[in-house]
Ligand binder design. Structure first.
Ligand SMILES: [Zn+2]
Length: 338
């Protein structure tokens, strides 16, 4: 029996699901489990009942004789990009239980589009809603476990469709959509950022902060601008008050001098360490990037460094009576808190 067929047999056996002929891959299997669950178990869904019980297959061992697919721990799989600039998506086998945990806790429809980004020094687990096929192809990517407008139970594919189908104005009107000063940063890093800006000025750089905090609603607004989308994600470290957008000199990189100063600032910044310990990261290469203004402060633990970390927290947050949130909560200054 193939592993996928065996998994379907397991799921059918456990939940008495009326399995059809679908399920040619794991994605179809996970997707198809949800509507059936809703009708069979109105109070708590099938997925709830499964992922709330680690080792749910054990009572059925005597019937089927073996466990569902086991997770192969494949070192290095799912990390960084290949030489063509394509993410090294996870290729390991995911057990049905793990697929359901990732779907329920983190909105992952297909775990084989997960990878740990190497765009900053301390990589973070991302999920692409489409496979990136070429270096210049742009796909939407989401930080797994990051706050966003994603609703409980929604997949990233679903929230993306919802946001794009919603008029942009529905994502406006929140009291604090954005911040433009260091006062809107996570209080833990504020002093370090301010010290960095002062030291940059001392080193001769004319740095101007143009944005700091950005709410998840604002992030959704930027994606919902039909035909004029300004972002390819609904998750951002700006929503944690842990990034600043800056410009150098007059901000016009078409000017040779501005661009040269900007590159020099990026080199200076990535070597800089604040007296309070903060380090700073920029996206892409020093002289070539899709996001010049973005500067990230990466001392805090936001997001996951591996799929196994996400599974561990997913298992914990979905457990009955758990007080562990699935997503990472921002640490925002009082005036930005709801
Ligand atoms: Zn930014």
């Amino acid at each position: 029996m193939s592993s996928v067929v065996r998994s379907i047999a397991w799921l059918c056996g456990f939940a008495l699901l009326a399995c059809g002929g679908s399920g040619s891959d794991k994605r179809a299997l996970v997707d198809s489990a949800e509507p059936a669950a809703a009708t069979a178990l109105p109070e708590s869904s099938l997925i709830d009942s499964i992922v709330h019980r680690p080792g749910w297959w054990k009572p059925l061992l005597s019937v089927f004789g073996s466990e569902p697919d086991s997770v192969e721990d494949d070192e290095g799989d799912g990390e960084g990009h290949n030489s063509e600039g394509i993410p090294n998506y996870a290729t390991r086998e995911f057990s049905l239980e793990d697929s359901l945990i990732l779907r329920r806790a983190y909105g992952i429809e297909d775990p084989h589009r997960l990878y740990v980004s190497d765009s900053t020094d301390n990589g973070v687990l991302l999920y692409d809603t489409e496979v990136k096929k070429c270096r210049r192809c742009i796909v939407n990517s989401y930080g797994v476990g990051f706050v966003s407008v994603r609703r409980w139970g929604e997949s990233w594919e679903q929230v993306e469709r919802r946001v794009k189908a919603t008029r942009a104005r529905w994502f406006t009107g929140a009291p604090h959509p954005m911040g433009y000063t260091t006062k809107e940063l996570d209080p833990v890093i504020r002093a370090g950022v301010e010290q960095m800006l002062a030291d940059a000025a001392k080193a001769g750089y004319k740095v101007r902060v143009i944005a700091t905090y950005r709410s998840p609603q604002r992030q959704a607004y930027l994606m919902s601008l039909r035909g004029k989308e300004r972002t390819h994600t609904l998750t951002s470290t700006h929503s944690y008050g842990r990034s600043v957008d800056v410009v150098i000199d007059d901000g016009n990189r078409a000017r040779k001098k501005t661009k040269a100063n900007w590159i020099n600032f990026r080199i200076w910044l990535t070597k800089y360490r604040a007296p309070t310990g903060e380090m700073f990261h920029v996206l892409g290469a020093m002289d070539h990037t899709w996001d010049w203004p973005h500067v990230e402060v990466t001392t805090a633990k936001i997001g996951f460094r591996s799929i196994d970390e996400a599974l561990e927290r997913g298992r914990a947050c979905l457990a009955p009576g758990s007080t562990t949130p699935c997503d990472f909560a921002p640490n925002l200054p009082t005036h930005l808190q709801p």
